[in-house]
Design a protein. Structure first.
Ligand SMILES: Nc1ncnc2c1ncn2[C@@H]1O[C@H](COP(=O)(O)OP(=O)(O)OP(=O)(O)O)[C@@H](O)[C@H]1O
Ligand SMILES: [Mg+2]
Length: 296
């Protein structure tokens, strides 16, 4: 499914009325050259009117974009929601066929049925993740001052099964408290830590660090691993829906985790970015919103 439910991003990136902006700039340049006071006044009024007209256009196109974005959001939500039940039926009935009628089926038919069941399971996970991503967009934030260390601890409890059989050296620094929606921020941490655990699977020991630092006067939280990393050439793809930089045969996943994280962080007014080197590891950095600047 190629629906880009992150179109909020596109709102700010969309080129506006370029020609009008250029016209205004040309008039401003003329204005600078004008020496006579009355000319200056007339030219300034003209520019002011142009700017007002331009501003009205911008307001209208922003409203249209917001409406289109809400439509897309509603569309992807209902598609994901309505697909759940038929996908479950396909997975459920294939499983019953495999389990209860295996003896009556030729080996080839069993093999095909296994593939149907696996495909349906995978599609079910995709749709669930997509639905969850859409819900993050629709949900209102409930901000509470929260010690981040307690959220990290809860996230690690959720991830316990993924750590079993692994040798992971955890380095958990002391983190400050931030104003955040606890449920959503925990979800963001679960996704980031789950990636750190997953993509450091070949390491023994894997070293995963959660810490905080100050960058340009801003408080930044980071999650670092010594895993397989990725080529920074593809870093702009990371937070896109269904974008994966590793093959499914190597590491499983649906490619929605980071899109969800980015949306949660953006909802909090923060930013997220990554630094990575192939075979050397990855660090994800994020700010938890403008209310949480350093020293605040
Ligand atoms: N810590 C990391 N180290 C190396 N690559 C990473 C890391 N985190 C994310 N990636 C890359 O970014 C891609 C997108 O991550 P994302 O979490 O969205 O998807 P996923 O882990 O593949 O699946 P899921 O939706 O189940 O989380 C991954 O497929 C992987 O290629
Ligand atoms: Mg992931």
């Amino acid at each position: 499914m190629q629906i880009d439910v992150c179109s909020e991003q596109h709102m700010s990136a969309r080129p506006l009325d370029q020609q009008s902006i250029e016209d205004v700039l040309t008039k401003l340049a003329t204005l600078k050259r004008v020496m006579h006071e009355s000319d200056l006044h007339a030219a300034a009024e003209e520019v002011e009117q142009d700017v007002r007209r331009l501003n009205e256009k911008l307001v209208i196109s922003n409203e249209q974009l917001a409406a289109a974005n809400a439509d897309l959001e509603a569309f992807s939500y209902s598609v994901a929601h309505d697909l759940r039940s038929p996908i479950r039926q396909i997975a459920g009935f294939s499983k019953i066929l495999i389990e209860e009628y295996a003896a009556q089926l030729p080996a080839e038919a069993r093999r095909y049925l296994n593939k149907v069941e696996q495909g349906a399971q995978q599609m079910g996970s995709l749709v669930d993740d997509l639905l969850h991503l859409s819900q993050v967009g629709r949900q209102a934030l409930s901000l509470q001052i929260t010690p981040l260390n307690s959220l990290v601890a809860t996230a690690l409890e959720v991830l316990q099964p993924e750590c079993s059989g692994r040798n992971i050296e955890w380095r958990l620094d002391s983190l400050s408290s931030v104003a955040c929606d606890r449920g959503l921020m925990k979800q963001a941490l679960v996704n980031l830590l789950s990636n750190a655990i997953k993509y450091s699977r070949p390491r023994d020991p894997a070293v995963i660090e959660v810490g905080q630092t100050i960058m340009d006067g801003e408080q930044v939280i980071f999650i670092r691993d010594n895993g397989v990393g990725f080529d920074m050439k593809y870093a702009d793809k990371l937070f896109g829906v269904f974008q994966r930089l590793h093959a499914a045969s190597e590491f499983d996943g649906t490619g929605i985790g980071l899109a969800t994280v980015e949306r949660i962080i953006r909802k909090h007014g923060g930013r997220i970015w990554a630094q990575s080197e192939r075979d050397r590891g990855t660090t994800f950095f994020f700010t938890a919103g403008s209310r949480n600047s350093a020293g605040a």
